[in-house]
Design a protein around this ligand. Structure first.
Ligand code: SAH
Length: 364
């Protein structure tokens, strides 16, 4: 059977205007051209204090209610779970159309990272990834992405969010426009440095090129997982469209344009991509593109009955890479027991999306 590679639609997706979909100008228009200072108060409340409109009490009550009605929040909390002694928090959100996405906040001694979703589901169909196993629902809007950061930042409180990783559900470069405008908002309005925003991709080359040409020097991570096309075609089906050598060229282009080292993500799968030969091949690619390798223990997912490499092999593999002249680190897993670890985000969007959405519609 021949399996065709997933289609990459770079369109902007949905156009519904939730609170965080608005920019300063359009929110001003929405407020019937209230004086400028009102818009400033609102913007400060939303993007610096992470307040809901109702909590921004410097605004008149009528204005707050008008906002609730005309520019509602996008995310309804379905479930919030904690792990690692409260240092990892995962949210399951419902969107207006019943689809569900997840967001993870990870608190470390020296930083606080939010892992955001860029799509409901994912069309990339990577065999070992829970989101890929579940399939694609739709692109998220700019506001739906930005609001994930804001809601997590509100929960982080005193701990200012310092890093954003696009490593939740979805392929961010398959939803380029909305991903990029959310990055501009996270950078310009919330105030995070571009370098502390990481876009992770399976290797959508046109998207990598657009990132290389864009203004902000974000960090790029490429989910490689296999260093030869035969294995990568199997693990990451998009490789059939954008094979490794072309992907390496795009990574080098990015590094040259932005002066930023790319990271290569590698989930170690026992007996699949953790052999000595894999280490040699990977090291050669890492040297060629001068990338850093992030080794991730494979996290269990229901649709992929293969186990991760044992911890001792993870360390050996890292040492082998180092011996072959590549820099590598082993990434610690967070949130495993609440299915918040890398590749485990699947929500339960399939079940819910299949049910009729009754909010705001007459009973049937
Ligand atoms: N679509 C993007 C971002 C989402 S996944 C991408 O693929 O890069 C974020 C990271 O988790 C990717 O590196 C992905 O390959 C990795 N991942 C997916 N499933 C995993 C699993 N079961 N165990 C460990 N890492 C996994």
């Amino acid at each position: 059977m021949t399996v065709s590679p997933p289609a990459v639609d770079e369109g902007s997706g949905e156009k519904s205007q939730t609170l965080y979909d608005h920019d300063r100008e359009s929110i001003g228009a929405l407020l019937n051209n209230e004086p400028r200072y009102r818009v400033d108060q609102l913007w400060q409340g939303l993007y610096q204090n992470f307040a809901t409109p109702q909590q921004i009490t410097t605004l008149p009550k009528t204005l707050r209610s008008a906002l609730d009605a005309r520019a509602p929040l996008a995310l309804t909390e379905v479930e919030r779970s904690e792990a690692d002694g409260g240092q990892t928090i995962k949210w399951l959100w419902r969107l207006h159309d019943g689809h569900q996405v997840e967001t993870v906040l990870m608190l470390y001694p020296d930083r606080a990272t939010v892992c955001v979703s860029s799509q409901a589901g994912c069309a990339m169909a990577c065999s070992f990834c829970a989101t890929g196993q579940a399939g694609f629902d739709r692109h998220l809007t700019t506001g739906e992405i930005v609001e994930q950061v804001v809601r997590a930042a509100a929960a982080a409180g005193e701990r200012r969010v310092s890093n954003i990783v696009f490593m939740g559900m979805g392929e961010p470069l398959a939803n380029f426009d909305n991903t990029w405008s959310s990055i501009e908002r996270i950078h310009g309005d919330i105030g995070l440095s571009a370098r502390s925003i990481t876009v992770s991709t399976v290797g959508v080359i046109p998207g990598i090129r657009r990132l290389a040409a864009a203004t902000l020097p974000v960090t790029l991570a490429v989910s490689l997982h296999a260093a030869n096309d035969v294995l990568r075609n199997e693990l990451v089906p998009l490789n059939r469209r954008y094979p490794i050598s072309a992907l390496c060229d795009a990574m080098m282009e990015f590094r040259q344009a932005k002066g930023r080292r790319v990271s290569l993500e590698w989930a170690l799968i026992h007996g699949v991509n953790d052999t000595d030969r894999d280490a040699t091949e990977l090291a050669s690619i890492a040297r060629r593109v001068r990338a850093h390798v992030n080794l991730i223990p494979l996290n269990p997912t229901p649709g992929y009955p293969v186990v991760g490499a044992p911890p001792a092999r993870l360390r050996e593999f890292r040492d082998l890479l180092e011996q072959h002249g590549a820099n590598a680190t082993v990434r610690r897993t967070r949130g495993l027991e609440i299915d918040a670890a890398c590749g485990q985000l699947a929500a339960r969007h399939r079940d819910v999306a299949d049910q009729p959405v009754t909010i705001g519609s007459p009973s049937r």
